[in-house]
Design a protein around this ligand. Structure first.
Ligand SMILES: Nc1ncnc2c1ncn2[C@@H]1O[C@H](COP(=O)(O)OP(=O)(O)O)[C@@H](O)[C@H]1O
Ligand SMILES: [Mg+2]
Length: 244
């Protein structure tokens, strides 16, 4: 499970998160909603260890591992994966190169045998197909020249081949059409089938995403604090009445 305790995060001199606590048990889906600028992406970045987001207090645990002491790639190897709100392009690095390396690192940390290249490519193509991307995508540079929707689909396919324990989806629905949205539900469902203890943290503004990813809990983040938590009905209430 993912456990966040009294987390405080600053960007530069400004404190953005002012003491966030969150318990996301294995196998559950939790949602973070909140107005623009409330700190949702900051929380995602602090968890995965993006440089520039300094944690000034608190703890974050993934199972028995305290994440804050670890480098971003070590956190990924321990099974934490983020689908970025604005995935950066990596010109010159092909999708299959990046993911093969990431998967090899993760498998060796877990003491698993290295997946032969042929089997890895088969998994990658299956993941791409599930998110509606053509097989040629494996040769393309990561996110380079891709539309917003294609980037979101590729983010999702990347998560699938990394076999994570915990995924954070930061506004995965932005830029996706209705078919894309449905595929998010199917891809996460597929990840859950292969790993029933997967925890899923969904950041979104819209309850239409929650129709394909039914949440166990919904948390509302406002000005760096979690101000309300509830079940799925809280998301519907916010959709109807706004955050105030
Ligand atoms: N790299 C950054 N440099 C300066 N300010 C930032 C940076 N990242 C986020 N912020 C500020 O932190 C606050 C929270 O941003 P963010 O976490 O992106 O909000 P959300 O994802 O909820 O819309 C905003 O006021 C934003 O301007
Ligand atoms: Mg954001």
């Amino acid at each position: 499970m993912l456990s966040v305790k009294e987390l405080q995060v600053s960007v530069g001199e400004i404190e953005i998160l002012k003491g966030i606590s969150l318990e996301l048990p294995a196998g559950e889906t939790h949602v973070i909603m909140g107005p623009n600028g409330s700190g949702k992406s900051t929380l995602a970045h602090a968890l995965v260890g993006t440089p520039g987001f300094s944690v000034t207090a608190g703890e974050t645990w993934l199972g028995k591992t305290e994440l804050l002491a670890l480098e971003p790639e070590e956190r990924a190897n321990h099974g934490l994966a983020l689908a970025y709100q604005n995935p950066p392009a990596i010109p010159g690095v092909a999708v299959h190169q990046l993911l093969r390396l990431a998967r090899q690192n993760r498998d060796s940390l877990l003491g698993l045998p290295q997946l032969p290249l042929g089997l890895f490519l088969k998994e990658l193509r299956a993941a791409l197909s599930l998110v509606g991307l053509p097989p040629e995508t494996i040769e393309r540079a990561v996110h380079d020249g891709m539309s917003g929707g294609e980037r979101k689909r590729l983010e999702l396919a990347q998560l699938m081949v990394l076999k994570p324990e915990c995924i954070i989806l930061d506004e995965i629905d932005s830029g996706l059409d209705v078919d894309g949205l449905r595929l998010v539900g199917e891809a996460v469902g597929e990840m859950r089938r292969s790993n029933p203890s997967l925890c899923v943290l969904v950041i979104t503004h819209y309850d239409r995403l929650l129709e394909v990813l039914p949440p166990d809990r919904v948390h509302v983040l406002q000005a760096g604090h979690i101000v309300r938590s509830g079940d799925a009905s809280l998301a519907r209430e916010i959709q109807k009445h706004g955050y105030r």
